[in-house]
Design a protein around this ligand. Sequence first.
Ligand code: DP6
Length: 330
Amino acid sequence: MKSTAIANSNIALVKYWGKRNEKLILPFNSSISMTLDGLYTATTVEFSEKYKQDSLSIDGGHIFGEELSKASVQLDIIRKLAKSTLKGKMVSRSNFPKSAGLASSASGFAALTLAATKALGLHLDRKELGIIARQGSGSACRSLYGGFVEWQKGTLEDGSDSYARQIAPKDHWGELAMVVSVVTAKEKKVKSRAGMAQTVANSPLYKAWLETVEDDLVKARKGIKEMNFTLLGAIAEMNCLKMHCTMVTTTPHIIYWEPQTVSMMKEVMAMREEGLECYFTIDGGPQVKILCLDKDVKKIEARVRENKDVQKVYLCHAGDDAGITKEDLF
Ligand code: DP6
């Protein structure tokens, strides 16, 4: 009745932005991500008659309100499958700042789904796990797999064909690195969920986003399969900029960038001009993630660390699948 899972965060190279079904969390477009080693969430879930209600603690703090109810709804989906009415205690820890655009909801809901299904004795494959994890947070289905992952949008109304699959395992491209620079650890003001709904509702550029994303997916898949860094990097950077264009043209405007974000983007462009090949990507927050190859990573990391705005740097490579661990958090 108790189980602990660990899931790595993932960063999209072709982004998910916009839902065709808000309740089931079905996206308008497929997305492709890299699962990161070293940025993870561990979650222990225990179901027991001794608990009168579901409870959630994240990084040592008790969580109530919307965040607890989202986790509880996730447990409801799993309880229904396992035909259980037991309440659950959820304790979660991440080794990176929450809600700052480093995909804590992805690793969080992937770990929660894996731990809770195991704790209730369900043996599900990763496709089934993905369909459940996706309903907690869309990007979470991608964190179930290591390496390079595609969340296929699916077309069915019930969401049974909307789940993630691995494009390539982590060892396929061990030289690909991501330098994650934290320029502020402040929590973001507009959560991705509300932000993408507003964008779909009124950004005049959303249609253009959907029209061009299919081509990005084809090129990103090819870039990963053929380990063509220039192709993948250029697509990832442009795709990120296109997503942010839909955000800033939303009413009210959603601008996740801080001045430090823009200065880091320019630094990446400057390094590239100097012959250090690297590309940026940015999610629903101010942090800049820099894609590069191991041969240049030391120089690039040093340049990032020199920037006075940078508070923390994580050097990541493609990480492992989510999995069960024996080390319970309580
Ligand atoms: C910008 O998966 O956090 O990081 O499904 O509403 O929980 P919900 O949203 P979430 O959105 C992630 C958006 C993104 C792009 C991406 O990771 O693909």
